[in-house]
Design a protein around this ligand. Structure first.
Ligand code: BDP
Length: 331
């Protein structure tokens, strides 16, 4: 929203509030449909459920969120499509599939772009994070409003054959990657065979041996029950991709300015609150997967992994150079 318009609207709301009129209360009850690929209790799902409780409390139950977890409304591709047409309002998705939609977002999809979690958080909490959310919201055809970011830790390779300790160990392995060419190229540069596929198809593909493995953070390895078919979980840490919470632009445009502001506010709070849930969730998942028989190994020398993905940086990084420089300068 333009700043001037925002201020004007904020002024109107304040004026109405002082005269005791509540414009929002006059509006009809609205259930905001939200979805996530993960089950109830997963950090991102829980964060959105809590957002819903805040909305209810702030509006006397006029606004609420109904959560459809566990891919009830389809995989991420379907979730994005449904948000675009306004069939659902909130989708919590990975930045992974957003690259082809909003090219600047691909900067977060470059392997080893962030030094660590603290670096990533500083970037999403700062100017760059704000700018990229705005890029998405202002995009003429993406049809989505960027509400906030969420943590998603680090992605590590897992497979059914053997632990990965060096790039050579990936040779010949078919590894599922998210649907964005940058990821297939990343896996291929590392010597494996990247196979693009939806998260919703992965468990089947692991079970039937269509792929030997995949890569993800610990909570997803656990929530997807992938440890049942791919027990070697190797801490390659090749990707650190934040999640993004989006709102259907079509639905957003029907909201009053006051409701837009309220949803924007609780989203911003969710960005900071979700990370506590995230770090607990990571630890929980690690315990659970080890108890279920997963074999976890550290990867001592990451430099050869970093060197191997240079072609990916050459191919995708060139147009993103100014943004990459700014991200690297964040200390
Ligand atoms: C998980 C993300 C989820 C993605 C999934 C994937 O939370 O949004 O769909 O990875 O690999 O970490 O597709």
């Amino acid at each position: 929203m333009k700043r001037r318009k925002f201020l004007a609207l904020a002024g109107t709301t304040a004026a109405l509030a002082t005269t005791g009129m509540r414009p929002a209360a006059a509006q009809a009850k609205m259930v905001i449909k939200a979805t996530d690929v993960h089950p109830l209790g997963y950090p991102t799902v829980e964060a959105v459920v809590r957002m819903g409780k805040k909305l209810e409390a702030a509006t006397n139950g006029r606004l609420s969120i109904q959560m459809f977890p566990s891919m009830q409304l389809g995989g991420e591709k379907e979730m994005i499509e449904q948000a675009q047409v306004g069939a659902l309002q909130i989708a919590r998705i990975s930045v992974g599939p957003m690259g082809p939609l909003v090219p600047e977002m691909n900067v977060f999809n470059l392997p080893f772009i962030f030094r660590d979690n603290a670096h990533m958080e500083k970037v999403i909490d700062g100017e760059i994070g704000q700018e990229l959310l705005k890029k998405l919201s202002d995009h003429p055809t993406a049809g989505l409003i960027g509400l906030c970011w969420m943590n998603a830790g680090t992605r590590n390779v897992y497979n059914s054959k053997h632990p990965i300790t060096s790039v050579a160990d990936l040779k010949g392995l078919k590894i599922r990657m998210m649907g964005n060419p940058v990821f297939v190229d990343t896996m291929n540069s590392l010597g494996g065979n990247g196979v693009a596929m939806g998260f919703d198809q992965l468990i089947n593909a692991l079970q039937t041996g269509v792929v030997d493995g995949a890569e993800n953070n610990e909570p997803s390895y656990d929530s997807g029950q992938h440890y049942r078919y791919a027990k070697y979980y190797s801490m390659t840490g090749h990707l650190m991709i934040p999640e993004i919470l989006v709102y259907s632009k079509k639905s957003w445009q029907t909201l009053s300015a006051a409701d837009q502001q309220l949803i924007a506010k609780v989203s911003k709070e969710a960005q900071l609150e979700q990370r506590k849930l995230w770090y607990d969730g990571e630890k929980e998942a690690m315990k659970k997967m080890i108890a279920a028989g997963a074999i976890v190994n550290e990867v001592k020398d990451k430099t050869q992994f970093q060197a191997a993905v240079k072609p990916v940086w050459d191919k995708y990084g060139a147009p993103l150079k100014p943004l990459i420089d700014r991200i690297q300068a964040v200390k």
